[in-house]
Design a protein around this ligand. Structure first.
Ligand SMILES: Nc1ncnc2c1ncn2[C@@H]1O[C@H](COP(=O)(O)OP(=O)(O)OP(=O)(O)O)[C@@H](O)[C@H]1O
Ligand SMILES: [Mg+2]
Length: 269
């Protein structure tokens, strides 16, 4: 769960303007109370007719929503301030989580535990609907980057533990390009010293940011463990240190995350 300050700092509404030129085109709308109510009540039961008339979504919002979709090419990916309804993928056509109508948003948001948790746990934050341009992303192109004391220290594939043969050859480029990308576009500009950011990077194309996230014991660090990352936060960071890019080095068949971490530890001890 996020802390109160995290809810503020990691809301896309807070960071989007500063990173507009290095992230996906996004249109952020304020979520009307009526829509929030529908999303929360659809989760429990289908609202009856009477409720629906009371909870009618303002026409002005519906128009803003249509205009936004239109601007994005009539295909959008949707998030609230912090998360995407990835746990509701099975309710979407082809599991693609594409948004074409407002009903899609209601279905995904009301079926997603991640989204529902955010709405019940965050206090004092205005909820938003972030519509992002829908793009097809190759799983091997998604990386999570760990920043400690304003230095990029770790890079992990988000599709972990999956073996990708090209990581070995491209590894040095991935390290070099993502370090440069971080130093030129993110370092100091983001208001925290310790955090993670997600990128899409298909070498040799330019990387772009998908998201920022808090760094704590609950953060999914994929190939890294919190036990090895946590001590680095209180230690002084050596100057000019390069990040570690950790990926699965051998094709070992299907592995659980725990298997992969212990195999990695053994081969590096
Ligand atoms: N604009 C987009 N178009 C298509 N797919 C997308 C888009 N943005 C994200 N995705 C896919 O959805 C996944 C989840 O998106 P994202 O990382 O923004 O969600 P999240 O809720 O912040 O996830 P996490 O909790 O892991 O940080 C991404 O890994 C990517 O595969
Ligand atoms: Mg995220």
């Amino acid at each position: 769960m996020l802390e109160i300050q995290d809810f503020r700092d990691f809301s896309i509404k807070n960071w989007y303007d500063n990173f507009k030129n290095v992230t996906l085109q996004t249109i952020i709308l304020e979520l009307p109370d009526q829509l929030l109510k529908r999303i929360q009540s659809d989760q429990i039961e289908d609202s009856d007719d009477e409720n629906e008339t009371n909870d009618e979504v303002p026409l002005e919002f519906i128009q803003e929503f249509k205009n936004a979709l239109n601007t994005l090419g009539n295909n959008a990916f949707v998030k609230n301030n912090w998360h995407a309804p990835v746990d509701a993928r099975m309710f979407s056509f082809g599991h693609l989580l594409k948004v074409v109508t407002l009903e899609d948003v209601i279905t995904y948001f009301s079926s997603s535990g991640k989204i529902q948790d955010d709405f019940s746990n965050s206090k004092g934050v205005t909820f938003c609907l972030a519509l992002r341009k829908w793009i097809s992303i190759h799983p091997a192109a998604e990386f999570r980057c760990i920043v400690i004391n304003n230095t990029l220290r770790g890079i992990t594939p988000r599709d972990w533990p999956t073996f990708y043969a090209h990581f070995k050859e491209e590894g040095p480029h991935i390290i070099e390009e993502l370090t440069k990308f971080y130093n030129d576009n993110i370092k100091i500009k983001f208001y925290r010293k310790n955090y993670i950011f997600d990128v899409v990077f298909q070498y040799p194309e330019n990387p772009y940011i998908i998201d920022f996230e808090s760094l704590n014991s609950k953060t999914n660090l994929y190939a890294f463990s919190w036990k090895e990352i946590q001590p680095l936060i209180s230690k002084e960071t050596p100057e000019n240190i390069a990040p570690v890019f950790r990926y699965l080095e051998n094709d070992v068949g299907i592995m659980t995350r725990a298997d992969a971490l212990s195999t990695f530890a053994k081969s590096h001890s």
